[in-house]
Design a protein around this ligand. Structure first.
Ligand code: TXA
Ligand code: MG
Length: 327
């Protein structure tokens, strides 16, 4: 299959393909998604196939207006609408009790459905013009690093999907916060740039899910995620990072340090990529930097991020990328 890349003018073709039961990669403000008609099982199975994703890992359904939630969920709690007023459109996904009409293949057999209204104009126009709702995971090969540019999608899925709509680089850079409203207390299943503190502006309590996933809490969490193609480790301090870097260099390995701005001076004699000055820049740059590093080096060292909030959300991805390896 030939994979076309079009800019915003590709929305009409994208919508046509979605209506025909095809899959299309499109930009959102967080990462690129690989979308298909949420009510067409055949389209959904093409998403799992293109990504090589296990089908018990459920997909997020993307809507273009708040009322669309009624097509997916039942017994919607008042908290949803309060959250929607404050954070939608935006990088927040809410898990709700699902309606029967949502195929089991979308929800991995769960009786809940994850709903998100993206901010990106291309994403919302694509949904509207498709005249359906769009189920979409991140548009990477399963377990690889999520894509934040059209080129990243192309690198993973060339030949496997008919169209990538190129909307430039994603603004947020890490996936949406996933919040479940199906427990007694709203629970963050995946942290993102909408943090617990921000959710507490609207909700009276928020729990952060930390447990090991044995069953179906958020099935995506049990799989390895976001992993570069070469060994990657978190360095607890800049001295540790330098020590590992020097050892790898002596072993004739090409190492690369992904660093926070304040450490640039210390790493001036090393190969490094500066992730940025603050948590939001680091979130925006992290996946692109991991992809660049895996293509240019054979060992990646990442500075540990301290500071809470969005730093923790990026650390959540790094812990998965390194399978928790820290020195
Ligand atoms: O920012 C994002 O959320 C991006 C863009 C494309 O919207 N999408 C994304 O999708 O990251 P994906 O499939 O890579 O991650 C979806 C996450 C997984 O961890 C999955 O387990 C969880 O959401 N999820 C989906 N449906 C769920 C449900 N019914 N209950 C619990 N967790 C769910
Ligand atoms: Mg993903």
């Amino acid at each position: 299959m030939v994979t076309k890349i079009l800019k915003i003018d590709g929305i009409d073709l994208g919508a046509k393909l979605i209506k025909q039961g095809e899959v299309v990669a499109f930009p959102t403000e967080t990462v690129y998604g690989l979308g298909g008609d949420a009510f067409n099982e055949n389209a959904i199975s093409k998403i799992y196939k293109a990504k090589g994703r296990p089908s018990d890992n459920p997909l997020i359904v993307h809507i273009s207006k708040i009322e669309d939630v009624e097509k997916l969920a039942s017994n919607i709690p008042a908290e949803f609408f309060a959250l929607a007023k404050r954070f939608m459109p935006g990088p927040l996904t809410v898990v709700l009790p699902k309606k029967k009409c949502v195929p089991d293949l979308v929800t991995g057999g769960l009786n809940t459905v994850a709903v998100r209204m993206p901010m990106h104009i291309i994403a919302r126009q694509l949904i509207e013009k498709s005249q359906t709702l769009i189920a979409a995971p991140s548009a990477n090969t399963s377990t690889h690093i999520s894509p934040t540019t059209a080129q990243h999608v192309f690198d993973d899925l060339n030949g496997k999907i008919p169209l990538i709509i190129d909307g430039g680089e994603c603004e947020v850079g890490i996936e949406s916060t996933v919040l479940s409203l199906t427990d007694d207390v709203p629970t963050i299943l995946r942290p993102g740039i909408i943090t617990a503190d921000m959710l507490l502006e609207v909700l009276s309590a928020v729990k952060i899910f930390k447990g090991e996933v044995k069953s179906a809490e958020s099935p995506g969490m049990k799989y390895m995620h976001y992993a570069p193609k070469c060994d990657t480790i978190i360095a607890s301090t800049s001295d540790k990072a330098l020590e590992i870097y020097n050892k790898k260099t002596l072993d004739n390995k090409k190492a690369c340090i992904l660093c926070v701005n304040e450490n640039v001076e210390k790493y001036k004699d090393c190969k490094y990529i500066n992730l940025g000055k603050d948590a939001h820049s680091i979130a925006k740059n992290i996946y692109g930097a991991l992809r660049q590093a895996e293509s240019e080096a054979d060992f990646i060292i990442v500075d540990k991020l301290n500071g809470g909030g969005v730093y923790d959300s990026v650390m959540n991805r790094l812990i998965k990328a390194t399978a928790g390896k820290e020195a």
